[in-house]
Design a protein around this ligand. Structure first.
Ligand code: PFF
Length: 446
């Protein structure tokens, strides 16, 4: 089976794919608004510490297990287990991860569909199709269904093409475009009145908040969601890395890219919100806090673009292209988890597996669209706040308590022979064994 598996052809390809998974709506939307409502740079500070001290070690656990097993999460966790009981546990954790990531994708596709609809809105207006533009920006079940399906179709299309010709090829095109669009938007917004005010709201720390449990819970949730942890995406991407690669270094680069782009996104979103304020757009909600939910993306920012006259159309296209790209490089990593399992565990053909599983997830999206109020928040909460941290905990337990330490070392040594004498091996095993599980549980029970 190993010979038919895909592999990333270069370090760059892996970095684009893995950072593409990590960089998503969570970075561009979640991080800046979380920071703004949680004491600005105090949140940034807590986030940086948690991302490198907790999320990076957990990321490494997934990458190492994946590359060692060269298999999907279920097979991989069973492979590193030594007793019958831990093999059963491995199956349960692997399958829960597959189920969780499928449900995350089902709501992610809906939100990403909104981004696509808003991307087409300025284009429709440019072509004088005002009726269509209005339809695109009005929250309705039909629009939401069509765009969620369209987004899922794109995801299925890329995953059907496989690791090298699908994931790697598209991530290598889309991620550099994302970074360029993000930088251009930041530069443009900085030239507008009100931007420095936004930068101040983002970067001036309110350190009285730093020990606030709510801030720490938010920062940790943000870090885990942002690095796509716990659900097997990083494990499956790890399984496609060459044995010659130096894992601690490339894992570190993925974390750096993820954090770096989140920090940059803050330099776009908050200044943009204060530019909107200067242009007369309401950016605070009834309680006096910044509007952070869907209202930010689907009303505050479009209202800002509308105040920019002609150039606003182009800024709108660029912004929603950015959001759509960020979503797509994340969604493909999500779909890859159940597809790899279907291919390796049930002998399905990749294209058929991608279509069948993608359709099933799209069906769940539709059920959510038509029962939005009772279901949407419920699915988000259960997957990202309950399941993801518990699975992250389970991965740490597997790597540190169930897997043999010597096997871990020899796996890492294949691509970095000096690792045993370096800082990583002095700190990381202790971290995943004690600090990560305890910290995850403490924050979880907050
Ligand atoms: N990391 C993505 C984001 O920040 O938007 C979300 C995500 C991707 C979560 C992949 C889980 C996952 F498996």
């Amino acid at each position: 089976m190993a010979s038919t598996r895909g592999e990333f052809s270069s370090r760059f390809g892996f970095l684009m794919a893995a950072s593409g998974s990590a960089v998503g709506l969570g970075n561009i939307w979640g991080f800046p608004t979380n920071a703004a409502t949680n004491g600005g740079a105090a949140f940034l500070f807590a986030y940086l510490i948690l991302a490198f001290a907790l999320a990076y070690p957990a990321l490494m656990a997934e990458l190492i297990i994946g590359r060692h097993a060269r298999a999907n999460a279920v097979t991989a966790l069973r492979l590193i287990s030594r007793s019958k009981r831990s093999r059963v546990l491995g199956t349960i954790v692997g399958l829960t991860g597959i189920l969780t990531v499928s449900f995350i994708l089902s709501f992610y596709a809906i939100v990403s569909g909104w981004m696509m609809a808003f991307f087409f809105d300025p284009l429709a207006r440019l072509m004088g199709m005002d009726g269509l533009a209005k339809w695109l920006t009005q929250d309705a079940e039909l629009r939401n269904s069509i765009f969620a399906l369209l987004f899922m179709a794109l995801t299925v299309f890329i995953i059907s093409a496989g690791v090298k010709n699908g994931i790697e090829k598209w991530a290598s095109r889309l991620m550099p475009s994302l970074i360029i669009i993000l930088l251009l938007l930041i530069l443009y917004v900085f030239t507008l009145p009100g931007a420095t005010e936004g930068l101040r709201a983002y970067l001036v720390p309110d350190f009285s908040r730093i020990a606030d449990p709510a801030l720490l819970v938010d920062a940790m949730g943000q870090a885990f969601f942002s690095l796509s942890l716990g659900v097997g995406t990083m494990l499956i991407y790890g399984s496609y890395i060459s044995k010659r690669e130096d894992l601690p270094t490339i894992g570190g680069l993925v974390a750096l890219l993820d954090v770096g782009i989140a920090v940059l996104a803050g330099m776009l979103i908050l200044p943009a919100m204060y530019v909107a304020l200067a242009n007369g757009v309401e950016i605070f909600d009834a309680t006096g806090g910044l509007i952070a939910g869907p209202g930010l993306i689907v009303s505050v920012l479009p209202a800002l673009f509308a105040t920019m006259s002609g150039i606003g159309l182009f800024v709108g296209v660029a912004f929603f292209a950015l959001m759509t790209i960020a979503s797509l490089t994340s969604s493909i990593s999500m779909l890859e988890v159940p597809v790899a399992y279907g291919v390796e565990h049930h002998g399905l053909e990749r294209r058929k597996a991608a279509i069948a599983i993608g359709s099933l997830i799209a069906l769940i999206s539709l059920v959510i669209v038509f029962n939005f109020d009772p279901l949407f928040d419920l699915v988000v909460t259960y997957t990202t706040e309950v399941s993801q941290p518990l699975l992250g905990f389970a991965f740490c337990i597997f790597v540190a308590w169930i897997w043999q330490r010597n096997d871990i070392l020899s796996e890492i040594k294949q691509g970095s022979p000096e690792v045993e004498s370096g800082l990583f091996w002095k700190i990381w095993p202790f971290y995943v064994k004690f600090i990560c599980p305890v910290a995850i549980l403490v924050v979880y029970f907050q």
